[in-house]
Design a protein around this ligand. Structure first.
Ligand SMILES: Nc1ncnc2c1ncn2[C@@H]1O[C@H](COP(=O)(O)OP(=O)(O)O)[C@@H](O)[C@H]1O
Ligand SMILES: O=c1ccn([C@@H]2O[C@H](COP(=O)(O)O)[C@@H](O)[C@H]2O)c(=O)[nH]1
Length: 206
């Protein structure tokens, strides 16, 4: 009988601490039981566009993400099947030619800004968490992270933030918090929230 994993979704603004929460759960729970997948892996292929055109894509709009493929993957995991997750390179704003095999571990965590916007996708998650970190803190963290790790400069991070990141947060991401089971204030270092989530996941695993 194939294993049917528990699917966990962590949504919230960019740089709200979604990845940190997911990574901390992997560290603190038995890691062989957990896999983490980023929604960013599902950005649509942009090989047909030049670099100048890719820079203009609105990466915070639901249309930028292949939620059909994500839905198919979530359903496959539920049936105990392994999936081939695309890999994404932020420095070229495109998928690479590689994929990553993810097997249906006991718990599969998806983290991403737009996970709860599409009704078919969000209903696949058994547990839905929303990181409720103040936007000014997210912006400061995003500036640091994107310059250090995603090959960006300050001017491009700020202009993208004003043109798309903030308006799309207000239009799509913030309203999607109503679909969460648990709202997590202060982000990925909220010890009490972390312990509650670990207890819940342990109960479901055992
Ligand atoms: N509670 C926190 N305190 C300090 N730094 C944090 C906290 N949460 C996240 N960070 C840092 O902020 C940046 C963005 O966090 P990350 O988890 O990558 O956000 P997301 O996955 O939501 O985009 C990272 O550099 C991370 O280490
Ligand atoms: O090519 C790209 C792809 C995405 N982005 C930005 O990434 C964030 C989502 O990732 P988080 O890890 O949740 O921050 C989104 O706000 C996009 O604007 C990008 O800049 N370039």
């Amino acid at each position: 009988m194939p294993q049917k994993p528990i699917l966990v979704g962590i949504a919230g603004a960019s740089a709200s601490g979604k990845s940190l929460l997911a990574e901390t759960l992997v560290e603190e729970l038995k890691s062989e039981h957990l896999s983490v997948i980023s929604e960013d892996s599902y950005y649509k292929d942009q090989s047909h566009l030049s670099m100048d055109e890719r820079v203009l894509t609105n990466y915070d709009h639901p249309d930028a993400i292949d939620h059909n493929l994500m839905l198919q993957h979530l359903q496959m995991l539920k049936q105990g099947e392994a999936i081939q997750v695309p890999t994404y390179d932020y420095s070229i704003h495109n998928r690479t030619s590689e994929t990553r095999t993810v097997r249906p571990s006991r718990v599969v965590i998806y983290e991403g800004i737009l996970l709860f916007v599409n009704p078919d996708v969000r209903k696949q998650f058994d547990l839905r968490f929303y990181m409720d970190t103040p936007l000014d803190i997210c912006l400061i963290r995003r500036l640091q992270r994107d310059i250090v790790s995603r090959g960006r400069d300050m001017e491009s991070v700020i202009s993208q933030y004003m043109e798309t990141v903030r308006p799309m947060f207000q239009q799509f991401i913030e309203p999607s918090r109503q679909h969460a089971d648990l709202i997590i204030p202060r982000g990925g270092k909220n010890r009490i929230a972390m312990d509650l989530i670990k207890t819940k996941i342990n109960t479901l695993i055992n």
